[in-house]
Design a binder for this molecule. Structure first.
Ligand code: PGA
Length: 254
């Protein structure tokens, strides 16, 4: 069960969408129209949008996140961006281990673990994604899969740093598909995630932040976001449409 009175986190994952011009429009609209939300908003934008996004959100309650980083600090790694670089330009969060990176860019648990350690060392908060694919769900090995992903990713992560990690449960089959697990399944899995981290001896279950992601939209948001074990949502497609995103944010109003 989550801590009472903890602010919900609504994180938008824009993926490879929105040029800087489009990003500016969306953020300005969000700033003017979001009046009564009661949540922490994080926009995880493409690298190219970060300088504008951090500028536009200065002195607001909106935080900016990146969608990936490399684990080395600097060096001959053409095309990569380090956690330290992100931190210097005002990024607060970074998504690590998203299933699209695992699937299309062959990211392994070992690399994800190195990225998490490097991001935390640089002072970033991590939105760490885990989730089972359809075959694993059908074979009833969802829980085992998630526990392995957590244990591998949190290897050698210092106890004191766990509070800077948000775990996003994103079933791979639910991402962009319009399908979601039912609410009891989501709540149960999010509780397992809390207990797994707790059993690693690092933090109390209620202190851990656990998000759900995968086909959240304005119609199902309220039901999902009010589940006892869910601290917020990681939202892909629906975060690209400002009206839809505002509706999701507004359903957190107290
Ligand atoms: P979706 O994506 O909301 O479009 O399903 C979620 C995600 O991939 O983080």
């Amino acid at each position: 069960m989550k801590e009472k009175n903890k602010d919900l986190i609504i994180a938008g994952n824009w993926k490879m969408n929105k040029t800087p011009k489009e990003a500016g429009k969306l953020i300005n609209k969000l700033k003017t129209e979001d009046k009564n939300s009661a949540c922490k908003i994080v926009l995880c934008v493409p690298f190219i949008d970060i300088p504008l996004a951090t500028d536009l959100t200065q002195n607001t309650l909106i935080s900016i996140g990146a969608q990936n980083c490399y684990f080395e600090k600097n060096g001959a790694y053409t095309g990569e961006i380090s956690a330290e670089m992100l931190k210097e330009i005002g990024v607060e969060y970074v998504i690590i281990g998203h299933s699209e990176r695992r699937i299309y860019f062959n990211e392994t648990d070992e690399q994800i673990n190195k990225k998490i350690n490097s991001a935390l060392k640089s002072g970033l908060k991590v939105i760490f994604c885990i989730g089972e694919n359809l075959q694993e769900r059908e074979n009833n090995i969802t829980e085992e899969k998630l526990i392995i992903q957590i244990k591998n990713a949190l290897y050698k992560v210092d106890k004191s740093q766990i509070e800077n990690i948000i775990i996003a449960y994103e079933p791979v089959w639910a991402i962009g598909s319009g399908k979601t697990p039912n609410k009891d399944e989501i709540d149960h899995i999010c509780q397992i995630i809390r207990n797994t981290v707790f059993n690693m001896g690092k933090i109390l279950p209620e202190e851990i932040s656990v998000l759900y992601g995968g086909s959240i939209n304005s119609k199902n948001a309220k039901e999902i976001l009010t589940l006892p074990n869910v601290d917020g949502g990681l939202i892909g497609g629906a975060s690209l449409d400002i009206e839809e995103f505002l509706k999701i944010i507004n359903c957190t109003a107290k």
